[in-house]
Design a protein around this ligand. Structure first.
Ligand code: FAD
Length: 312
């Protein structure tokens, strides 16, 4: 394992909108800032096709473009983005040690901005066909299904939004909803206009992802009121049934989380471990929007600066 050579001012865990915004603020103040990102820089925002409600873009903005702009702005002031997963952290004396997939690193303060991951169905076939028939990101994987049939699971805003997006590629989509549609009225009205391309099945659960010769061919589902089972054929299955906070790496750290696994913070966005702050979707009480994640990031950066001043 490589030994840490320097103590950074700040290590940020994640490089989504919250951390990238925080990094713009901290690096502009010449605080040495390193961000660890295990997936895509820009986080969930980068994997969202189109964002209509982020202020400053009157006609909306592509998620990937917004992510690129945030990254470019943070890097312009000197933010260092490292590809790697943070697997744990602990306070040791006057600094915090972060254990990553490549070794250890350390800083005087840490910002956790790890957001959430996609909730899984937990049915047979899901894990086996992950990324080769079962997907969680329409922007990333939708184009593989040009002129194919798809199943989309999830009746909330994300499920409906992503099903509509996938009609760019797929010939037909079966949208499977566990109870009733929960998407906003605006989205439901838009969905009604697409009934030639999207068939909505309410009150169904997915029992199994079915494959033949190692290729996904559809899903076996149960209509809950009648208990009737049915096979729905498809070349791929996209799952949008909610999110789970990315806080597993904090197990045993002593950092307080709420019953949902979201990190609890005080009014300064500081967690129960001194010097460790939290911002964005992973914070208990977050409103799970890019604009609020960005606001959290700015607040956290200013509070971290104040905290670092108390150490000098
Ligand atoms: C399908 C979908 C559509 C959406 N549409 C909109 C919309 O239209 N408007 C809107 O405002 N919001 C939308 N959102 C919500 C928005 O994407 C989030 O609120 C926002 O991205 C949260 O930013 P964040 O920085 O807190 O977390 P994230 O964007 O989740 O970023 C967290 C980052 O941390 C990384 N990470 C996690 N754990 C580790 C670790 N241990 N080590 C290193 N890196 C780690 C992740 O890989 C990720 O890149 C949508 C979300 C989804 C899923």
């Amino acid at each position: 394992m490589t030994q840490p050579k320097t103590t950074h001012d700040i290590i940020m865990i994640g490089a989504g909108p919250a951390a990238l915004t925080a990094a713009i603020y901290t690096t502009r103040e010449e605080l040495d800032t390193v961000l660890y990102e295990k997936g895509i820089v820009g986080g969930l925002a980068a994997t969202t096709d189109w964002i209509d409600n982020y202020p400053g873009y009157k006609d909306g903005v592509q998620g990937l473009r917004l992510a690129d702009e945030l990254r470019g702005q943070a890097e312009r002031f000197g933010a260092k983005i490292v590809v790697g997963e943070v697997q744990g952290l602990s306070r040791e004396g006057d600094h915090i040690v972060v254990r990553t997939s490549d070794g250890e690193d350390q800083a005087r303060a840490v910002l956790i901005a790890t957001g959430s991951g996609h909730r899984k169905l937990g049915v047979p076939g899901e894990e086996a066909y992950h990324s080769r028939g079962v997907h969680y990101c329409a922007t990333c994987d939708g184009a593989f299904y040009m002129d194919k049939r798809l199943i989309v699971v999830g009746g909330g805003n994300s499920g409906v939004q992503e099903a509509m997006f996938l009609t760019r590629f797929a010939t037909h989509i079966d949208l499977l909803v566990r109870s009733e549609l929960k998407a906003s009225e605006v989205l439901q009205r838009k969905l009604e206009t697409m009934s030639d391309k999207i068939t909505v099945h309410t009150n169904v659960t997915v029992d199994e992802i079915v494959a033949e010769n190692d290729v996904v061919t559809g899903a076996r589902v149960t209509h809950r009121p009648t208990k009737k089972q049915q096979f729905i054929g498809a070349d791929g299955v996209f799952v949008f049934i909610g999110l789970v906070p990315n806080t597993g790496f904090l197990e045993g750290s002593g950092i307080d989380c709420d019953a949902s696994g979201l990190i609890v913070a005080d009014a300064n966005l500081q967690t129960s471990m001194p010097g460790v702050f939290v911002a964005g979707d992973v914070r208990s009480g977050a409103t799970m929007q890019i604009a609020s994640a960005v606001g959290d990031g700015a607040t956290a950066a200013l509070k971290i600066r104040q905290y670092l001043e108390t150490l000098e």
